[in-house]
Each structure stands twice: as structure tokens, then as C-alpha cells.
Design a protein around this ligand. Sequence first.
Ligand code: NAD
Length: 479
Amino acid sequence: MKLHNYINGQLTPPQSGNYLDNYDPAIGAVYSQIPDSDHRDVDQAVQSAKAAFPAWSLMPAAERSRILVRVADIILERLDELALAESIDNGKPLSLAKAVDIPRANQNFHFFATAILHWASEAHIMEDKVINYTIRQPIGVVGCISPWNLPLYLFSWKIAPALASGNCVVAKPSEVTPMTAYLLSKICIDAGLPAGVLNIVHGLGGKTGQAIVEHPEIKAISFTGGTATGERIAAVAAPKFKKLSLELGGKNPSIIFADCEYDKMLTTTVRSSFANQGQICLCSSRIFVERSIYERFKTDFVEKVSKLKIGDPLEAVNVGAVVSKDHQQKILSYIELAKEEGGTVLTGGYAVNPEGRCANGYFVAPTVIEGLDYNCRTNQEEIFGPVVTITPFDSEEEALTMANSVRYGLASVIWTQNINRAARMAQQLQSGIVWTNCWLLRDLRTPFGGVKDSGVGREGGFYALNFFTEPKNVCIEIS
Ligand code: NAD
């Protein structure tokens, strides 16, 4: 099967005529091909977006909203087809794609399509003689680049607010998981999205992605992906004075106090460690446990983790395939590093070859490691797979020191029944999100993003709409 770009409302082959192989990671085999697009395709997409911009940006918000709600509705109507495509493309359990990825893509479109109906700007009055008001205008043509871990979920998280606020978009999904973005092209055609408003260009990061970031007529880039890629994008975009939103890597801590609601904590910590094979930027990969319950936690956690069912993502499993062979090798090499650094593998630690059709797929057993210093590479570098470390602590201060020791600062989790302690910790944790006694509860109105090397800027709610618009101060003196 050959995928196409979506440019000017049409499904279009790449100008080079070249295609890239796309793998099903659960079986370890090529199952489709995607356009190997270059700067010519990106330029064509930009020109079509530019042409569509005047009509789209001047369209009444209610009309834009209606079209985007239609996109949301069709996503839900095609949930089964999209979930299956996501599971095959990414290796994630089909049940997860059905319960989380695709419903969330629907919600992203629905949320931003309706948010624009409630979005207001402020006025500032000076001594009754002067009125200042703020107009928020769309930027024009913007670029959206997304990763492979939550393909349609994160693709739509960017595209929906960009379109809702009146921009036209040139977007690139990850070349590793292009399928649901391709299906979204068809949904946009069926929903009657005007030609050129959204353009989806497939291809490699260093070629297609780079061409988007470099294009002089793309004035803002919203990017989610690795920190090293974010650095490269910032280096290209900064001298061109492009607006940038960067959602980058993480190495998130979970801090468990002895007074927590134990059973809920245990179940949630298994999920926050291994959901989506640990490939969620918000997964906890460093678990710090108060020493008085460390041994109990270790026994119970390892028992639960070792019972997780791993295998064919299309069947009833807890853990599917990791996204690619390269990624599998990277994860396994970090497990080797952890051993070299003195860690003990308590469960997992190896590649899995399930019986049957997935025998050649890319699977890694959920892995728990203890005995590592918080400063070692295993505990400092992002692995982004089903690997967590557990470490005891004796005081709040020690937990904070270890939690804050990394270059990243995306999401932290605290488990305690003591509200004062929870509030104290939340203030001092260096991260953009702090969950207390829960994980991955997401209200789309809240600011989403990281501090330190986990990113620049915030998306979500009006933060995203603000990013995709320029505020203009209009000042009138009344005479
Ligand atoms: P990646 O950085 O390799 O790729 C992300 C996207 O950027 C892909 O579409 C890729 O093709 C493109 N790209 C690569 N090089 C580029 C370049 N030079 N110019 C423009 N585009 C380029 O990331 P990945 O491996 O797909 O995703 C995993 C990473 O994403 C992890 O580090 C994870 O923490 C991070 N992530 C962060 C968040 C967040 O919200 N902070 C969410 C999900 C994933």
C-alpha cells in the first residue's frame, strides 16, 4: 500500500517519485510505503496553505468551528479503522488505541473547534480617555511536526488549535507512524475542509521536517519530539525569528510516600511505568520510594509487572511491540548499561519473541531495575521504553534532590495522603506538570509543557490558541 501527501485538498504523490518503507513493528516487516517528500513538496504545500489563508482566517469562527467539529465526528465514526491502523503502525495494544489514542484525537478537534467560540481578548481603559484592546490574529502558515509515540493524538493536538485559530497548516507526522495522519487526510476531504487549509507532507525528519522548519513563509513551528531534534530545530528557526513551541523529552519521577493509598498507587504506578510500552513522554521512569515501604513496594510491584501480558497488539495484551528495531536495540543497550552501572534487573531485561505471527516483532519485556545511583546515566538519560528504576529515599529533601537532578522537567507524580506535603513537594518539583495521587489525568484547558530541557512554551487550552496567534494592541484616544 502506498500513502500520499495531502496538498491543496488532493492526495498527491511526492515530486521525487520516491517512497520509504513503513514497518509493522509487531511482525517486523514492511507493510506500506510513504512519500519521501523533499523541499519541493513542502513548498507546494506552503503555497497552497498561503492561498487558502485569506478565506480561512476571515471565515466566521462559528463556521470554522462547524467544519472542525465535523472532522472530530468522523474520527469517532471511524474509531475502529483508525485504532487498528494506529496499533499496526505503532505496535501499541489495539485496546489502548481504541480507549485512548483515537478518542483523544476526536477530543482534540472537538475541544479546539468549540474553544474558539468562547475565546475573548482583553481591553485596557486609561482614565476613561483611552481604550486599548487586543486583537489576536492568526499567524498565517504554520508548521506542525509530531513524533511516533502517540501518532494521531499528538498530531491532532497541534493541528486542531492551529486551524481553529485561523491558520493554515503544513504538518508532518513521524515517518515511523504515518498511517493515521494519512487517514486524517481522507477525513478532512470528507468533512469538507477547504483545500489548502491543512496540508500533510510525509517524509524524513532531516529532509521533509527540515524543509518545513527552514521555509521562509512558515512563521511558527510547533514541534513535539526528542530534545536533540528540538535543539536542531531551534538552531534553524531562531535566526529566522520564527515563533517556536517545543515539547521535548522527559525523565519523569514518581515519588511514593509511606502514607499513600497503597493499592491505587501500585496499580497506577504499573500503568504510569509501562503504558504504551513506556513510550509516553509523561511515563514515570524513575520511581523513588520511602524506605519504610521500599521492600513491600518492590515485591508487589515486581510481581504485578512480571504478570503483564506481552504479545500480539491485536490481542488482549497489556504490552505490545516497541516502535522499531532501532528503538528496541536502544532500549536493550540501556538495560546493558544499567547492569554495567551496578544495577540489578528484578524482572524483564530482555527482548521477547512471541509465538505465532509476531515471532519477528520488536518486543521488550517490562523491566524493573534497582541499585543504581540517581546520578548514573541510566537514571539521567531518556530511554523511552518499558524500563524503570526503583530507588529508596529517607526524606522529602532527598527525594526532591534526586527527582530534580535531571536535565528534564516534564511531569512528576507524588503519592501521599498528606496535603501539606503534597503542596510543598509540588512547589519545589522542577516540572511543567505535577500529578498528585493520579497520573495522566488531562484536562485540555490546562497548560501543557515542560521546563528545563523538556521544552519551551506551553500548549493546551487558550495557551495553544495564544501560541498560534499574534496579539495586536490597538490604542484609541477618545475625543
Ligand atoms: P524525534 O525528535 O526523532 O522526531 C519527532 C519528529 O521530528 C518526527 O516527525 C521527525 O521526522 C521530525 N524530525 C526529526 N529531525 C528533524 C529535523 N532536523 N527537522 C525537523 N523535523 C525533524 O522524536 P521521536 O523519536 O519521534 O519521538 C520520541 C521523543 O518525543 C521522545 O524524546 C519523547 O520524550 C518526545 N515526546 C515529547 C512529548 C512532549 O509532549 N513533551 C510528547 C511525546 C513525545
